[in-house]
Design a binder for this molecule. Structure first.
Ligand code: GTP
Ligand code: MG
Ligand code: NA
Length: 345
């Protein structure tokens, strides 16, 4: 008999953490972009989605991946940037609600802060597995930059004082996480990934630990969560934001978690005045390694498969409700039943 090969979608990875811990900067480092530099006052105010193709991850982690004989089974990662500012709890909640996995970013010099703890509680509530990026290691006193180097190599090249400060910051963070009833350990010492959160030291400025971060996420997804990211045609799609875009009118930004969307699909979304029935006029997505928040860069596609961040252009979306599900109406579907489901959201 023919064994059917499983097809995997990209896992959806949410980046969470206190304001200015370096979430957007880490993404910029991975994408080779400068989204952070374009933000008003350097503050993220929206959710952004970027697709990182596996070819790019292989390239960026080459030396390290060969050493650990890493085999890549997933098509890439869909990374979701969220704001850390306290006033955006709704966006953190929405982002953490739709992801498969999360990266909690902590500033190694500051340790746990208010929105770190808020993020931990969101992840715990939803039982979302996560790792911690201990960012800004380059801020450690006397740190010698080792550009884009695997962290374990970089730490070997540091002075005694820098290595000691690193150790004491790690110890403080582990103790503070224990105060939140979380076991944590540096990822290369972590022999119990089920019960201990892995800490990955990084610098979004000088690039130490970036390859580690990508490989640790890939490895965890492949070892522990691969069944969760099997591609299915069963549509799972969450509306993130409603936006007016010049030339397109009112559009909606969605995260396509599973299934696919096609130009011309009849869709139903929840509206403030009841369910909205409309037809997809265009499907737009940012190119790989670019972000949904950067407006000028969209590419238009006839069909998009999960997982991906998608902008949908369709008439009548003005009153669509962020945070709700989107439904596709197929020929043999009962539209009244779908509308009733949309109304319950
Ligand atoms: P919000 O989205 O507003 O919550 O902030 P964020 O977590 O995305 O942080 P952001 O990327 O805006 O970075 C905040 C500041 O820290 C910026 O000035 C960055 O240049 C700086 N920064 C980020 N990562 C690093 C790092 O690894 N090392 C150093 N030295 N500075 C960093
Ligand atoms: Mg940001
Ligand atoms: Na910021």
């Amino acid at each position: 008999s023919v064994v059917e090969e499983k097809v995997y979608r990209s896992p959806i990875i949410c980046i969470l953490g206190h304001v200015d811990t370096g979430k957007t900067s880490l993404l910029d480092k991975i994408r080779h972009t400068n989204v952070q530099g374009g933000e008003a006052r350097g503050i993220t105010q929206q959710i952004g989605a970027s697709f990182i193709p596996v070819e790019n991850i292989k390239e960026q982690t080459k030396a390290f991946a060969e050493k650990v004989k890493m085999e890549f089974k997933l098509p890439g990662l869909l990374l979701i940037d969220t704001p850390g500012h306290e006033s955006f709890n709704n966006l953190r909640s929405r982002g953490s609600g739709l992801c498969d996995f999360a990266i909690l970013v902590i500033d190694i010099m500051h340790g746990l802060e208010a929105q770190t703890i808020e993020s931990i509680n969101l992840l715990r509530m939803r039982k979302t597995p996560f790792i911690v990026a201990l960012n800004k290691v380059d801020r450690i006193y006397d740190w010698k930059p080792c550009v884009n180097t695997e962290f374990k190599e970089a730490i070997k090249l540091q002075s005694r004082a820098a290595a000691q400060e690193f150790d004491s910051k790690v110890k403080e963070t582990i103790a503070a996480l224990a105060g939140q009833e979380l076991n944590a350990e540096l990822y290369w010492r972590n022999k119990d990934i089920k019960n201990y959160v892995s800490l990955v030291p990084t610098s979004a400025h000088t690039g130490e630990g970036i390859s580690d971060l990508m490989l640790v996420v890939m490895q965890l997804m492949q070892k522990r969560m691969i069944e969760k990211v099997v591609f299915t045609e069963q549509l799972q799609c969450t509306l993130l934001e409603v936006k007016v875009i010049e030339g397109y009118g009112t559009t909606i930004d969605v995260i396509l978690v599973n299934g696919s969307l096609n130009e011309g699909d009849k869709i139903v979304v929840s509206g403030f005045n009841g369910p909205i029935e409309t037809t997809i006029r265009s499907l737009l997505t940012p190119p790989p390694l670019r972000e949904s928040r950067i407006k000028s860069q969209y590419i238009q596609l006839k069909s998009i498969r999960a997982a991906m961040g998608v902008k949908i252009v369709a008439p009548g979306l003005e009153k669509a409700v962020p945070g709700t599900s989107l439904y596709v109406v197929n020929d043999d579907d009962d539209i009244e039943k779908i509308k009733a489901d949309a109304k319950k959201e």
